[in-house]
Write a protein that binds this ligand. Structure first.
Ligand code: HEM
Ligand code: HEM
Length: 162
């Protein structure tokens, strides 16, 4: 079976593993690790946006109907974008609380780029968390559909991504 380009496969699973870690550290309030891994997701997700278009591959359509086809496509686009938007919101909401983004003792994004405003900060924090949960819901649908294809329809869909 035809596969995605190796670079896109590596990025897909690397982002997935990091994302699992990012939710875990978000829930258990290991926030320095959360910020670090979340920042890495941002960088990799931006790179992926480029590589998935540079090394784009077209496959035979495995959907049964148009509804499935468009739902799958919309979910993939939303996931690719949400894991860029959510970490940016994480960085920016902290800036509105006056907090620099610091990695290894170096200020990477200084908070003074915006003027401190806790009302905006709180609203962006809620967007950060809310969209993270939306992404989780989409992720469950995306992964569930992939496993359903592979195991119930037996169309070997997962092999494209390995
Ligand atoms: C952070 C989690 C994930 C994100 C952000 C994500 C995102 C994406 C994106 C954007 C694509 C389209 C790739 C392209 O067109 O180049 C894709 C494809 C795919 N993903 Fe994921 N994915 C995630 C997790 C998973 C998991 C957990 C599974 C399996 C259990 C999975 C299985 C697949 C498969 C099989 C494809 C190829 C589908 C096809 O060709 O129609 N993904 N994913
Ligand atoms: C893939 C990227 C990210 C995802 C999916 C994500 C998701 C989450 C989740 C699920 C929580 C816990 C929410 C809750 O249930 O209370 C959280 C909290 C938090 N995130 Fe992220 N996050 C990401 C990246 C970042 C980044 C890059 C930063 C900052 C640099 C950040 C800063 C925070 C902070 C400070 C909290 C604690 C918020 C609070 O006190 O309620 N996150 N995030």
């Amino acid at each position: 079976m035809q596969k995605y380009h190796r670079i896109n496969i590596i990025l897909h699973w690397l982002i997935f593993l990091l994302v699992v870690f990012v939710y875990y550290t978000g829930w258990y309030r290991a926030l320095p690790l959360h910020r670090f891994a979340g920042g890495l997701v941002l960088v990799l997700a931006v790179i992926r946006l480029v590589t998935m278009h540079v090394w784009r591959r077209r496959f035979p359509d495995l959907s049964v109907n148009k509804w499935e086809k468009y739902a799958a496509m919309a979910t993939k686009i939303a996931l690719a974008l949400l894991f860029i938007v959510v970490p940016i919101l994480g960085i920016v909401f902290r800036m509105y609380f006056g907090l620099d983004l610091v990695y290894f003792g170096q200020v990477v994004v200084p908070a003074h780029l915006v003027s401190e405003n806790h009302i905006i900060g709180e609203s962006l924090r809620q967007w950060h968390v809310g969209l993270a949960y939306l992404a989780l819901l989409l992720l469950a649908g995306h992964a569930g559909a992939a496993i359903y294809h592979h195991t119930v329809r037996k169309d070997n869909l997962l092999n494209r991504m390995f």
